[in-house]
Design a binder for this molecule. Structure first.
Ligand code: SAH
Ligand code: SF4
Ligand code: F3S
Length: 481
């Protein structure tokens, strides 16, 4: 980022603060008329980046005086959408029909759509023609303009639409309302340059932009001053962080700086592209006291032939080699992954290569997806799409294997004591608190809700498949990790 940019960004941030005040005027008028604050719902579809964006939208709404709610019959409903697979889109259209009905009953209701799906022209056309009751549509590049767009929506009436094709702008320091007081996502970069042939993300999130290290570190320091003990550094490919900065910085170097922040106890990151995972990163992970021994390393396919067609830039062999180096140097590491079944041209042989990698790497868990054709991506026009019955059969076999291995892997800590970040009271049994191990597994244990937000040692008494039942230990030697 250049200095001129930074100057502009500060000016932009101040401008947006003015719009938040102007929204506050609308809230005040609503209060006078209705005797209560307007209720606002922000519902997220999709990945952690969208979750984090939603926290920013909530931050703006709450600064303007809205009362946040989980109810869909709110006065302002914001859907932050995802379009990575067709299902994600179908869910949104399904919910929209229902929202239209609610709006007829509440003339004050406003409906806002934003996020990845809105970056697709065909989607916006469809909403204009079939869901004309929607009040505001914006995309992924201008979410920091939310307050300004809300003002336009209230002042103009009709449907307000503002979609940018791409941007090189990063606006810092807008308010965010965190879902948890003790942990937070932190964007370190936006966009993606990889263009995997099945994937729509680079088209809807734009080109890769890294935030300046000092902005990231300052944000984390402030979060820690405010009680955060765990951060998740977010980017579509964190391993290529910093390459395009004026003064290039590697992801491994950034992690070393984050490690030094007082009060911070756990560092996670997502997602790591195998092609860019450096030896330096493995070393930094192995030496760190704060980086969690968990790596999400999407495989997508175990067939080198398909990986090439997917434009992933690694092979089955190089992926396996990477995993064994990681396992050697980072003791107790949990590996998790994403796998796509039924990519165009996938044969039974290719599929068996995927099953083979799953058996060899022994993932703690894996997200398995059926290939979904995304308009505009190269793979959508490949002629050899795999028939649905074959894909479903493969999907079922893969899922069974992934679950069997996941259960076996989970058992390995039974009887041991590990540190747990206590996150919330158990929904089924209020005498239990639910937390997470550094390797991301869930643990339920009897404790007072006052422990929530702290990290404490817990003996992992019994493994129940994908979670543990445990007992907190007051004074004991704990092996960190
Ligand atoms: N940037 C991350 C992935 C983000 S999308 C990475 O490169 O690993 C999350 C996951 O969705 C991907 O890992 C992939 O497994 C899946 N996915 C993406 N596009 C898909 C498609 N068209 N069909 C099915 N799954 C897809
Ligand atoms: Fe999609 Fe590939 Fe970018 Fe991940 S790296 S977001 S799968 S294009
Ligand atoms: Fe979906 Fe956008 Fe994330 S398409 S997976 S919400 S980057």
């Amino acid at each position: 980022m250049t200095n001129t940019h930074q100057h502009n960004d500060t000016a932009e941030q101040e401008r947006q603060q003015q719009y938040i005040l102007r929204c506050g005027e609308y809230v005040r008028k609503f209060r006078l008329r209705r005797g209560r604050a307007p209720l606002a719902l922000v519902k997220t579809f999709g990945c952690q980046m969208n979750e984090r964006d939603s926290e920013k939208l909530r931050g703006i709404l709450s600064a303007a005086g809205y009362e946040l709610t989980d109810r869909e019959d709110a006065d302002l409903v914001v859907y932050n959408t995802c379009t990575v697979r067709e299902n994600a889109n179908l869910k949104v259209y399904g919910r929209l029909g229902y929202l239209g009905g609610l709006k007829k009953k509440n003339p004050d209701m406003h409906i806002v759509l934003c996020g990845c799906m809105m970056q697709e022209e065909t989607v916006v056309e469809k909403i204009r023609s079939s869901y004309s009751f929607v009040d505001l549509i914006f995309g992924t590049h201008n979410i920091w303009k939310f307050a300004q767009l809300l003002c336009e929506m209230y002042e103009k009436g009709g449907m307000t639409v503002d979609i940018w094709k791409d941007t090189d702008q990063v606006v810092e320091d807008l308010p965010a309302q965190r879902t948890y007081s003790f942990k937070s996502g932190v964007n370190i970069m936006y966009g993606c340059n990889n263009f995997c042939t099945y994937c729509i993300v680079p088209y809807v999130r734009g080109r890769e932009r890294s935030r300046a290290p000092k902005d990231i570190l300052r944000e984390i320091e402030r979060l820690c001053d405010d009680g955060v003990v765990e951060v998740m550094l977010l980017g579509q490919n964190v391993n290529s962080y910093g390459k395009t900065l004026d003064v290039p910085v590697s992801f491994a170097q950034l992690l070393q700086e984050v490690e030094k922040i007082d009060g911070l106890q756990r560092i996670r990151f997502m997602t790591s592209h195998p092609k860019d995972l450096s030896e330096d990163l493995i070393r930094v992970m192995s030496e760190s006291k704060k980086i969690c021994p968990h790596l999400h390393l999407p495989l997508q396919s175990g067939s080198s032939r398909l990986l090439k067609r997917m434009n992933r830039h690694y092979t089955k062999e190089s992926y396996l080699d990477l995993c064994s180096r990681l396992r050697q140097q980072v003791p107790g590491l949990s590996l998790t992954t994403d796998i796509i079944v039924g990519f165009p041209g996938e044969t039974e042989e290719d599929f068996q290569e995927t099953m083979d990698v799953v058996r060899r790497v022994r993932y703690d868990s894996a997200f398995t997806f059926i290939y979904s054709k995304r308009t505009g991506t190269p793979a959508a026009s490949y002629p050899d799409q795999v028939p649905e019955e074959i894909v479903h059969d493969r999907f079922d076999r893969l899922l069974a294997l992934v679950q069997e291995i996941g259960r076996e892997q989970a058992m390995r800590l039974e009887g041991e004591t590990r540190t747990v970040l206590a996150e919330h009271v158990n929904e089924q049994d209020p005498s239990l608190v639910t937390g997470r191990l550094a390797n991301n597994m869930v643990v339920h244990f009897p404790a007072d809700p006052s422990v929530i937000g702290t990290i404490l040692p817990v003996r992992l008494d019994e493994c129940k498949g994908f979670y543990y039942l445990g007992t907190p230990c007051i004074e004991s030697q704990v092996d960190f990790g």
